[in-house]
Design a protein around this ligand. Structure first.
Ligand SMILES: *[C@@H]1O[C@H](CO)[C@@H](O)[C@H](O)[C@H]1NC(C)=O
Ligand SMILES: *[C@@H]1O[C@H](CO)[C@@H](O)[C@H](O)[C@H]1NC(C)=O
Ligand SMILES: *[C@@H]1O[C@H](CO)[C@@H](O)[C@H](O)[C@H]1NC(C)=O
Ligand SMILES: *[C@@H]1O[C@H](CO)[C@@H](O)[C@H](O)[C@H]1NC(C)=O
Ligand SMILES: *[C@@H]1O[C@H](CO)[C@@H](O)[C@H](O)[C@H]1NC(C)=O
Ligand SMILES: *[C@@H]1O[C@H](CO)[C@@H](O)[C@H](O)[C@H]1NC(C)=O
Ligand SMILES: *[C@@H]1O[C@H](CO)[C@@H](O)[C@H](O)[C@H]1NC(C)=O
Ligand SMILES: *[C@@H]1O[C@H](CO)[C@@H](O)[C@H](O)[C@H]1NC(C)=O
Ligand SMILES: *[C@@H]1O[C@H](CO)[C@@H](O)[C@H](O)[C@H]1NC(C)=O
Ligand SMILES: *[C@@H]1O[C@H](CO)[C@@H](O)[C@H](O)[C@H]1NC(C)=O
Ligand SMILES: *[C@@H]1O[C@H](CO)[C@@H](O)[C@H](O)[C@H]1NC(C)=O
Ligand SMILES: *[C@@H]1O[C@H](CO)[C@@H](O)[C@H](O)[C@H]1NC(C)=O
Length: 658
């Protein structure tokens, strides 16, 4: 039976002009499991953010739409290509206070839904970068002996500062969970360490993290958004970049002189966020001597930035008004990246990676109707590629708590986990699109093509690897179910006016990030596959994968690609670029039934670790969840049985070799 989305795909294929052959390949994938849970079907979705059905009206289209866009690529490179970046370009920044809700509370009880989500990216990009931190890192303290009732993160009070972040006690179990996650999926971690108090630096968290995580720990963040310390009440009103740099030095001394800290050269800073609007620019920090003083200790140069906020400081902002100004607007995206060009060039000369350490649609949780709808998925792809073209090396999408609209993924509250799975937000799809757009070669160079006379509604990028155009990413921000606002991109490689020989390929493959409208909430598909609606996902992308193969007009040196309104199209210019992005089989951490007694069904990583490793053979394992372990979770034999059944799942892509 054809779903409405499939009909959309087919109808636009039928209307494709000037194309000799278009074939739709369908590769079967897993069926959706969420709705198979009868309790889920009867649960009333109310009160939670994923149940907020309010939808914005898509911005009306301008009258003068371009329906044909020429794209001329060259062989041997393209002017202004960014530096080589990796498929893990877009990772996640997870607020420390919610990390245990996502990972699980111990190293022995991991959340399989989280593992499944990450496995989707590992397959495509090879590895995933995750930062654990945020405002809550500043006054966190790790208790080496663990916390009394088995939780990995305990919120003890609410601080008086305006970010209203809890003061946290951490258990080493949080770090063990991170370590065990990395044994199963290739996650590299950043961890935020406290910086609220230079006279009480609390280096124990770094000691434990370095010992447990080893080379899976790639950075320790010292200082989070220091340009907001004054506003947030963490430093006196007179606090300056010079004082910040001095504080950094004071705390670094504590790390350097702590013999249990194994590596004092993995720090991340300065993570300034908001100077572009209110005060400290990155340059204000560079001018203090930060980069020269700490050249040895600083492993990553970081900034944080959101295009706007929903903090209501200066009145309530209307997302419907903001949508055309900031989100379906390529110039606005470029304006987010451009102020960092000087810093990205400085980072290049210092040979240090430059990372957007925390971003998302809007700080203070994002906007209802915008941060949780398709526009944010398209925006995040545009923004990530723009940053790559501006020579950032990585960017991390922020993940907050239950009340945040911008989350790429949100688990249900603990008391709902017996009948609800996770809600996968639009920006999680963006991470898959970016992983595939950049592939796993670590050689992808991105350039903004300034398409269609740099039209804000139809941006496009080319991705080159070692001088060869491998992929093109095309956007159509408009919403028009009639099809009248679709455009056709005519892509030529070499030939035409370039003075080069024709090198347009014989055929190309296209995958679409698609939804019925820019403000649609739950019908996003990537190449026909979906994570479903609110609370419906076990972390696997479900449905058949649809790859459109287009035969090019080689005599005329052109390939025609239709881009629906709205959509993001990733065009693979060769079979090898498609295969590089597809990767091989995605591992599945299986669970179909949730339990009422523990936070979620969780799995014993030791079984996985010793039985199969990553991407190994198909197997069925039975693990033990020892009730005697110090975490003290109540586990019934029945739950343990279900929880520990592990099935390595291989979809039809198994046959493709890496
Ligand atoms: C459409 O009109 C607007 C406003 O005059 C202009 O800025 C834009 O460039 C036009 N777009 C096209 C594709 O001609
Ligand atoms: C290259 O030339 C062909 C044949 O005239 C034309 O169809 C195509 O649109 C041209 N490509 C570009 C990018 O202009
Ligand atoms: C920093 O945080 C710790 C732990 O929450 C707290 O004990 C300490 O008082 C804080 N220091 C300052 C200066 O706020
Ligand atoms: C046990 O953990 C819960 C959840 O974090 C917390 O609310 C509660 O205060 C803790 N109880 C004790 C005795 O520590
Ligand atoms: C996995 O978790 C166990 C139990 O918490 C812990 O002992 C072990 O060190 C963890 N492994 C890693 C690699 O972190
Ligand atoms: C310390 O960590 C950084 C960042 O991961 C790494 O580049 C460096 O090689 C490490 N240094 C040592 C001595 O292990
Ligand atoms: C780039 O940053 C450096 C260091 O702060 C500064 O001296 C220089 O003026 C900046 N250049 C531009 C073009 O902003
Ligand atoms: C700002 O106001 C909006 C609309 O009243 C509300 O939904 C949102 O939660 C507020 N944001 C904060 C951080 O309080
Ligand atoms: C798009 O962003 C640019 C740059 O900020 C701005 O000048 C322009 O007005 C925006 N377009 C719309 C439709 O708001
Ligand atoms: C990124 O750096 C490369 C190499 O220095 C340069 O060619 C390119 O223009 C830079 N990107 C931008 C947007 O300036
Ligand atoms: C479930 O937990 C949430 C917060 O974690 C709470 O607001 C809600 O009242 C609880 N519901 C029930 C039925 O216990
Ligand atoms: C979106 O999906 C829901 C089910 O999740 C369906 O009821 C609805 O009709 C779909 N909307 C569109 C416009 O396809």
């Amino acid at each position: 039976m054809l779903s409405p989305l499939y009909i959309t795909v087919f109808s636009f294929l039928l209307s494709l002009p000037f194309v000799s052959a278009v074939t739709l390949y369908t590769i079967p994938g897993p069926a959706a499991t969420g709705t198979a849970n009868p309790a889920f079907q009867t649960a009333i979705c109310i009160g939670a953010v994923p149940c907020d059905g309010s939808q914005l009206t898509p911005t009306p289209n301008p009258g003068n739409i371009t329906t044909a866009i020429n794209i001329q690529l060259t062989d041997g490179g393209y002017p202004g290509l960014g530096i080589p970046v990796s498929g893990n370009f877009l990772g996640f920044s997870i607020e420390l206070s919610v990390a245990n809700q996502l990972f699980g509370n111990t190293g022995t009880q991991l959340n399989p839904i989280f593992l499944n989500l990450l496995a989707n990216i590992e397959t495509r990009a090879g590895r995933i970068l995750i930062r654990v931190g945020g405002n809550s890192q500043e006054s966190a303290t790790i208790i080496p002996g663990g916390l009394p009732n088995g939780t990995a993160v305990e919120k003890i009070t609410f601080s008086s500062d305006k970010t209203a972040t809890p003061t946290l006690l951490l258990s080493p179990n949080l770090i063990y969970a991170m370590g065990n996650i990395s044994n199963l999926v290739n996650v590299q971690w950043f961890l935020g360490v406290p910086f609220n108090d230079t006279s009480n630096p609390r280096t124990t968290l770094a000691e434990i993290a370095q010992h447990v995580l080893g080379d899976r720990l790639v950075g320790l963040q010292l200082g989070n958004e220091p340009d907001l310390y004054t506003i947030n009440g963490l430093r006196p009103p007179t606090y300056t970049p010079d004082q910040f740099t001095a504080d950094w030095g004071t705390v670094l001394q504590d790390y350097s002189s702590d013999s249990k800290v194994l590596n004092s050269s993995m720090f991340v800073g300065p993570s300034v966020c908001c100077g572009l609007d209110t005060g400290w620019t990155p340059e204000d920090v560079w001018n203090t001597g930060f980069l020269t003083d700490y050249a040895d200790q600083l492993a990553w140069i970081s900034v944080e930035h959101y295009p706007t906020n929903n903090c209501n400081d200066t009145g309530i902002l209307d997302p419907e008004v903001l949508m055309p100004q900031l989100y379906m607007n390529h110039s606005a995206v470029v304006q987010l990246s451009a102020p960092y060009l000087n810093t990205s060039q400085i980072a290049l000369t210092l040979n240090k990676p430059f990372i957007m350490f925390e971003t998302n649609t809007a700080s203070c949780g994002g906007f209802s109707g915008l941060s949780d709808s398709f526009i944010s998925a398209m925006w995040a792809v545009d923004y990530a590629l723009s940053m790559a073209s501006f020579n950032f090396t990585n960017a991390l999408l922020h993940v907050g708590g239950q009340s945040d609209y911008y989350n790429p993924f949100t688990p249900p509250t603990t008391n709902q986990s017996s009948y609800r799975q996770w809600s996968i937000g639009p920006t999680f799809y963006s991470t898959l699109v970016i992983a595939e757009s950049l592939g796993s070669s670590n050689l992808s160079q991105v350039v903004d093509l300034q398409l269609n006379s740099n039209n804000d509604l139809t941006p496009g990028y080319a991705i080159y690897e070692q001088g060869t155009a491998q992929r093109v990413v095309l956007f159509n921000y408009l919403t028009d179910p009639s099809g009248a606002s679709d455009y056709t991109a005519y892509i030529s490689v070499g030939g035409n006016e370039t003075g080069q020989a024709n090198s347009t390929p014989a055929s190309i493959s296209v995958k679409l990030l698609l939804a019925p409208s820019a403000t649609d909430k739950w019908n996003t598909t990537w190449a026909g596959q979906t994570f479903g609606g609110p609370f419906a996902s076990d972390g696997r992308i479900t449905g058949s994968e649809q790859i459109i193969e287009i035969t090019c007009d080689q005599p005329n040196n052109v390939c025609a690609v239709q881009v629906p309104a709205p959509a993001v199209a990733v065009v693979f210019l060769s079979q090898s670029s498609l295969q590089e992005s597809q990767g091989t089989a995605t591992a599945t951490f299986q669970t179909t039934v949730a339990t009422g007694t523990i936070n979620t069904v969780s799995i014993d990583p030791s079984v996985l670790a010793t039985s199969n490793g990553r991407g190994g053979q198909s197997f069925l394992g039975l693990g033990s969840t020892s009730p005697g372990s110090s975490d003290g979770l109540k586990i019934t034999p029945y739950n343990a049985l279900i929880a520990c059944f592990l099935i390595m799942f291989f979809n039809a892509l198994t046959l493709l070799s890496r």
